[in-house]
Design a protein around this ligand. Structure first.
Ligand code: AMP
Ligand code: ZN
Length: 122
């Protein structure tokens, strides 16, 4: 199957991976709306909200909470918007949840490498 997110799961194409486990992978969106814009995807190829199983969705919820804490700690975000597109508004046909940070002060978009390094530094 020619799915770009399956290729990211299999490391056939590179990604700025922030977190992964046996169920999900979290990586930076290459075309971010704001600094730290990331995507959470199930490793298993499922299309959308209709196909995702409750266990995977519940796990994604827990990982979202962890990523929110990480963004607060490392990027000092002031808010976070979750978006999950389905049907005609879904461009990539592998389930993904967008985590879009909000900042009360206007921010210039930084290079994705810089954001990656900030999120990964200890
Ligand atoms: P949508 O399907 O409309 O919810 O959005 C798909 C998102 O995937 C867009 O925000 C793209 O910037 C993002 N995207 C597409 N290809 C890649 C990639 N190779 N690595 C990271 N993000 C990607
Ligand atoms: Zn896929």
């Amino acid at each position: 199957m020619n799915c770009i997110f399956c290729k990211i799961v299999n490391n056939d194409i590179p990604s700025y991976t922030i977190y992964e486990d046996e169920i999900v992978k979290v990586f930076l969106d290459v075309n971010p709306d704001s600094n730290g814009h990331m995507l959470i995807i199930p490793r298993q190829h499922v299309l959308d909200i209709t196909e995702i199983e409750s266990d995977a969705w519940n796990h994604i919820l827990n990982i979202t909470k962890n990523m929110k804490s990480l963004l607060e700690e490392k990027l000092k975000i002031d808010g976070l918007t979750l978006i999950q597109n389905n049907g005609m508004v879904q461009e990539v046909k592998h389930f993904h949840l967008h985590l879009k940070p909000y900042y009360k002060e206007r921010q210039n978009l930084l290079p994705i490498e810089d954001i990656y390094n900030k999120l990964k530094e200890h």
